[in-house]
Design a protein around this ligand. Sequence first.
Ligand code: R2B
Ligand code: URA
Length: 313
Amino acid sequence: PVITEQHPDQFLIQKGKLKLSNPHIQPGQEDVLYHIALGNKSHNLQSLFQDIKFVCMGGSPNRMRQFADYLVSELHINLPSGMGLTNIACGSDRYVLYKVGPVLSVSHGMGVPSLSIIFHEIVKLLHHAGCSDVTFFRLGTSGGLGIEPGSLVITEEAVDGLLRPYMEMATLGRLVQYPSRLDPDLARELQKLALTDPECHCHSTYLSKTMCTLDFYEGQARLDGAFCDYQAEDKMTFLKKVHSSGVANIEMESLCFASYCHRAGIRGAVVCVTLLDRLEGDQITTPHNILEEWQQRPQKLVASYIKLCLNGK
Ligand code: R2B
Ligand code: URA
């Protein structure tokens, strides 16, 4: 039988050195971070990463490289002369990892399973490195609901494809539910900054629920996948119901990101740009150069926030 358990709902942010809530990972024992080709015995993680205060994750390896380059100039980081940024996870071709001063820029791939793996390994990396008070961001793309394409959505709470505010995962033959609420203060601070920062205030920014699905096509009620067994009106009925429940955008990772931040006691925020209005269509037909500019919007907001924090707000 399938038994559903509810993980505790209280939201506690860890202070000081990041602790793991896994008694099986013991100090002194070897821990291989397989998908980023690093380990606590093979590398001096403390000297490499101890100063990390921000982890920024996004789906695409190239976009996270661009973000790292952008941070080098925004934070006035001096790289060793003649050296560009190097991908610290180059020993594996699954994810990319760039370090720019106190910021890690990491790709997480597409979908919850891919994000889940890198999240586990980054939290362990920070723990082995002795990092403290680290804030996580997901910088992403999404489909909007009833808002102008190019808008930013800061997630208050992630919901699944059934509009439930938790991630449900099969563990040891049982379904376990993990709440997916994000830190409300961080979300509000980001929204306030978006409304006041000259880099960001030219486009609209919303604070709302985000729906996280297991698929881009049928999972998001599209009509343009390889398969589709429903009609256009069924799609619209569903999307309108989702919209009226307070969801402003749909993507594929926020549920896991939010629930793992919650479980780990890490301050985290999800900032996504919308690439289209799903009440108007399914296909993304906006020219490439405009999409490129839109995808920099979450980066600009998060970089501004990081700069403020580093300058003591
Ligand atoms: C947004 O964009 C990707 C799908 O195109 C997916 O990773 C997501 O959440
Ligand atoms: N990413 C998604 O998951 N859905 C969209 O519609 C656009 C980007």
